[in-house]
Design a protein around this ligand. Structure first.
Ligand SMILES: Nc1nc2c(ncn2[C@@H]2O[C@H](COP(=O)(O)OP(=O)(O)OP(=O)(O)O)[C@@H](O)[C@H]2O)c(=O)[nH]1
Ligand SMILES: [Mg+2]
Length: 652
């Protein structure tokens, strides 16, 4: 059976293995960021095996322990002594500021009072003595003793000094430079180290007209003061060193002679002070302190940056990527991390670098080195991020493929299991079929016996079938009766239905009649009241009837009298009628006579007309008028309405 549990149980152990693999994959993908850092051992001459955190600690310690030095030049005009280590800068500053000096048995100038902490420490032999910059106020001049350029104290010292030098010079209101060179430097190697010193100064103060605010003091001179310029011009090719040429031409040169015996010439001191006082001061906005580093220092600083950047990147990875959560095989989480890597990680690295205290400390004194370290990191990180993104994409794809494969395998397994079950079921069915076949044979034998028995039974069956036939007939009759009954019932039901309808109608009528009865009852009550009234009226009427009877009797008597009168009138009327009939007959006779006469007259008139007896016709006409007028009177009509009036009118 394929169930979710089955599938999960099959996949789960493999998923655990995959998770472990993924964790290793992502860890290595991210950790390889470290590989871009050269795995070079970081060493410092003075403090062995210090890492960049120690360097940072050293710088911070010196800066916090020497706030006076750090801020000593603020808004002041300062005199800065520049020279290679061992050139005699510290010795010169002590000399100029009036410290008591003496010459020891090795012909070295030393402090008379070695415990004078205000004096500058003087080196012995070629070892640089000045570890940190120092300053001393000499009258109205403020001298700054800087450690020798390109000394051998190591990167940490160089960085500490760089911090101080940069702060002191840039803080000052203005500065004048005193370049210090030992006569030995001038004489040896065609003054190469002198040239290097000047080149360094130019790099330190790029785009500055150094010669205008500087002077040169040559120490351990074996020349006469007045011959110094001539000697330098002779020994050094001044065309190659324009600054020296400028100093010589502008008399910006002084010297300290090698001590003769135990004495130190005090006259030269005044010369040098005058020289310094007569030289310009200049505001120095920004110095390129990197110029003071040796190549080795530069590599070490680069190393410090690389390590700090690697630290920051790793820290950021630790913060931003929870490898445990990444290895959960959660594709959404992986995608999110991939998006972060592609979109924001770079920016976050940049911000983290900007806020690193070490970088903030070192950057002002090693801008170029930081820029190149960062550039290198950005390039590498960019490629690395692309690789990591691709790696994560691969992991996601791989995981999806694996999951799909696991699922497929689980499904195949489940399908195989199902087939196995089906086969087992088939085999089971097969054995059951074989058993069943055995049973079929037995059953066939039993069947034969049954057939024999059946033949006997068949006879009985025939008999039974006849009975059945009979019963069927009876049944059919019964069924017909049932049908008839059903029809009757149907009819009854229909009748009942009609009855029910009639009952309903009757009920409605009953209701209606009841209502009418109620109304009639009310009317009866009204009529009874009316009857009562009528009875009382009748009583009154009886009284009136009695009265009227009396009147009637009187009238009857009068009627009798009238009747008698009427009888006599009738007799008169019959007499009258007889007379009337007699007169009517007379009238009728007269009428007939007139009509006869009229007709005769017309006949006579027309025959007169035809015969030309116009007068006769005319007399007939006149006679006719009289007769027709009589006719009109008899009939109560007009003359013109006589039927022969028109005929008469045509008569002449
Ligand atoms: N004979 C002689 N020795 C000198 C003279 N100036 C310096 N020295 C010696 O040169 C050595 C170095 O002198 P420093 O003054 O320490 O030299 P610096 O220039 O301060 O050296 P750093 O501090 O290392 O930069 C010391 O032994 C001095 O005694 C000089 O004019 N004559
Ligand atoms: Mg010194």
């Amino acid at each position: 059976m394929i169930t979710k549990e089955n599938i999960l149980n099959t996949i789960a152990p493999r998923v655990i293995v995959m998770k472990k693999n993924l964790k290793v994959l992502i860890s290595s993908a991210l950790v390889t960021v470290n590989f871009l850092i050269p795995q070079k051992t970081f060493s410092m001459e003075e403090v062995d095996q210090v890492d960049h955190h120690t360097v940072k600690a050293i710088i911070e310690t010196h800066l916090t322990n020497n706030p006076n030095l750090l801020n000593s030049s603020k808004d002041k005009d300062i005199v800065v002594f520049l020279g290679n280590t061992g050139a005699g800068k510290s010795t010169l500053i002590n000399y100029l500021s009036g410290k008591e000096l003496e010459v020891n048995r090795f012909n070295h100038i030393i402090l008379k009072d070695p415990n004078d902490l205000s004096a500058m420490a003087i080196g012995v032999g070629h070892d640089s003595k000045t570890f940190l910059p120092g300053f001393i106020q000499a009258g109205d001049l403020l001298f700054y003793d800087l450690p020798g350029f390109k000394d051998t104290r190591g990167t940490a010292t160089s960085l500490v000094n760089a911090c101080f030098i940069k702060r002191i010079i840039e803080n000052a209101k203005s500065a004048t430079l005193v370049f210090v060179v030992g006569m030995g430097q001038v004489n040896s190697d065609r003054a190469d180290s002198f040239k290097v010193l000047l080149r360094q100064a130019e790099q330190l103060l790029p785009n500055q007209p150094i010669e205008y605010f500087s002077s040169l003091v040559v120490t351990q001179s074996d020349q006469e003061s007045d011959d110094l310029s001539a000697y330098l011009t002779e020994v050094v090719d001044v065309t190659q060193i324009p600054t020296l040429d400028f100093w010589i031409k502008n008399q910006k040169i002084a010297q300290v002679s090698k001590p003769k015996g135990k004495n130190i010439d005090q006259n030269e001191r005044e010369n040098i002070l005058r020289l310094i006082q007569g030289t310009n001061y200049n505001k120095i906005q920004s110095i390129n302190i990197g110029a003071t580093y040796r190549h080795k220092d530069q590599n070490n600083i680069k190393d410090i940056y690389d390590r700090e950047i690697a630290d920051i990147v790793n820290q950021l990875i630790n913060i931003s990527f929870d490898l445990n959560s990444l290895s959960s095989l959660d594709i959404t989480a992986l995608e999110t991390n991939k998006q972060y890597l592609q979109n924001s990680f770079f920016q976050d690295v940049s911000s983290a670098l900007e806020s690193s205290p070490l970088i903030q400390l070192l950057r002002p004194i090693s801008k170029g080195i930081y820029k190149s370290a960062r550039g290198k990191m950005e390039r590498n990180l960019f490629h690395r991020l692309i690789n990591i993104s691709a790696e994560i994409s691969n992991i996601i794809r791989e995981q999806e493929r694996r999951e799909a494969r696991e699922l497929y395998e689980a499904l195949v397994q489940a399908e195989n299991d199902r087939r196995g079950e089906a086969e087992a079921r088939y085999r089971n069915e097969e054995s059951r079929r074989v058993q069943a076949e055995g049973q079929v044979v037995t059953l066939q034998q039993d069947l034969q016996a049954e057939v024999t028995k059946n033949t006997q039974n068949a006879i009985q069956i025939a008999t039974l079938q006849q009975s059945l036939q009979h019963e069927t007939t009876r049944y059919n009759q019964a069924a017909a009766q049932v049908t008839t009954l059903q029809q009757d019932i149907q009819a009854d039901i229909a009748q009942n239905t009609q009855n029910a309808i009639q009952i309903a109608t009757l009920q409605q009528s009953l209701q209606h009649e009841t209502a009418r009865y109620t109304q009639a009852t009310a009317q009866i009550a009204t009529l009874q009241q009316g009857l009562q009234t009528e009875i009382s009226n009748k009583h009154q009427a009886n009284i009136q009837v009695a009265t009227l009877q009396g009147s009637l009797n009187a009238e009857t008597k009068r009627c009798k009298e009238v009747e008698d009168k009427f009888t006599s009138v009738r007799n008169s009327e019959e007499q009258y009628k007889r007379l009337f009939n007699e007169s009517s007959n007379t009238v009728t006779r007269v009428e007939n006579d007139i009509d006869k006469k009229i007709s005769d007259l017309f006949q006579l008139a027309h025959s007169g007309e035809r015969s030309g007896l116009t007068d006769l016709a005319r007399q007939c006409r006149i006679r006719l008028v009289d007769l027709m007028r009589v006719w009109a009177t008899l009939h109560g009509r007009t003359f013109e309405s006589h039927p022969r009036h028109a005929e008469w009118d045509k008569l002449p």
